[in-house]
Design a protein around this ligand. Structure first.
Ligand SMILES: NC(=O)c1ccc[n+]([C@@H]2O[C@H](COP(=O)([O-])OP(=O)(O)OC[C@H]3O[C@@H](n4cnc5c(N)ncnc54)[C@H](O)[C@@H]3O)[C@@H](O)[C@H]2O)c1
Length: 268
């Protein structure tokens, strides 16, 4: 995949992994001597979103990054991110469904953002915007799952359920021949601990703080760079294995090997 001339939307791109993905898309364009046409940061946090867009525009060129205040749990708001992107850049080719949070106390919001938000974005991209506005014959959805999307985690069962659901959504879209016929590829990323503000509020919203503290002692030994997750997004797009999931730990990127149904079934 050539990243030149492409337009991307990154949800939750005001900071953390989303910003790392936006930055890596812009940086990768420069590396291959051409530029990504534009990136929209679609985030609820307008103070941080505007500041990050300004920072990236200063680094990569004044109209490369657009900020659109967006709540991914609201279809109209998500549509507004798509239409503002098309107004600004004419096309849309990549959707990074990154906005996500862990809140085991107010657990419904985790389901709303991590699952409903990803589903709203995917349906808008697949059914409405990619068919009409992709610049070439291919378009990509990258869904942020987690290590908690492929293994259970005792301290955050609801978060884990949403991230497993994102894997189910990605793998099922990956199998769907209607999407492949339209040139739409859907992949998931499963990062292990990454250096973002998320780690600062996870304990506050944990329901089992003792289990959280035990887990944190293990996963806090190393927090990887957010741009490594951006590199994984690019790797997944280059690989074009629709339905694939990519595990990222200690700055290394691995394709996940899912067991077959036969391998999953235990003894009678
Ligand atoms: N940080 C990690 O270790 C880690 C590991 C695995 C997976 N992830 C996943 O990566 C993604 C990004 O996480 P992060 O660590 O960068 O978190 P973060 O808290 O730093 O960033 C999340 C961003 O999402 C935005 N957001 C929240 N609700 C939103 C909504 N309704 N609409 C639009 N934007 C919204 C926030 O404003 C924030 O800018 C999440 O899906 C998270 O579950 C993170």
């Amino acid at each position: 995949m050539n990243l030149s001339e492409k337009v991307a939307i990154v949800t939750g791109g005001a900071g953390g992994i989303g910003k790392g993905c936006a930055e890596e898309l812009l940086e990768n364009g420069i590396k291959i001597h051409c530029t990504l046409q534009g990136v929209t940061i679609a985030d609820v946090n307008d103070t941080l979103g505007k500041a990050s867009a300004e920072e990236l525009n200063q680094k990569y060129g004044s109209s490369k990054v657009l900020f659109v205040k967006t709540d991914v749990t609201n279809t109209e708001s998500f549509e507004n991110a798509f239409s503002k992107t098309i107004e600004a850049y004419g096309n849309v080719d990549i959707l990074i469904n990154n906005a996500g949070l862990m809140n085991e106390i107010n657990w419904k919001i985790s389901i709303q953002v991590n699952l409903i938000g990803v589903t709203i974005g995917s349906l808008l991209a697949i059914e409405k915007y990619f068919p009409k506005y992709k610049s070439g014959d291919k378009a990509y959805i990258i869904n942020l799952s987690s290590i908690a999307g492929i293994t259970p985690a005792d301290f955050c069962p609801v978060y884990t359920a949403t991230k497993h659901a994102v894997i189910g959504l990605t793998r099922s879209y990956g199998l769907n021949r209607h999407l492949l016929e339209k040139g739409i590829y859907v992949m998931a990323l499963c990062p292990s601990s990454t250096d973002t503000p998320m780690k600062d509020y996870m304990r506050e919203t944990a329901r089992y703080k003792d289990l959280y503290d035990e887990a944190f002692a293990q996963f806090s030994s190393y927090f990887q760079k957010t741009t490594t997750i951006g590199k994984a997004a690019i790797r997944a797009m280059e690989d074009e294995d629709s339905g694939s999931a990519w595990f990222i730990k200690d700055e290394e990127i691995y394709k996940v090997k899912f067991p077959t149904l036969e391998q999953l079934i235990g003894t009678k």
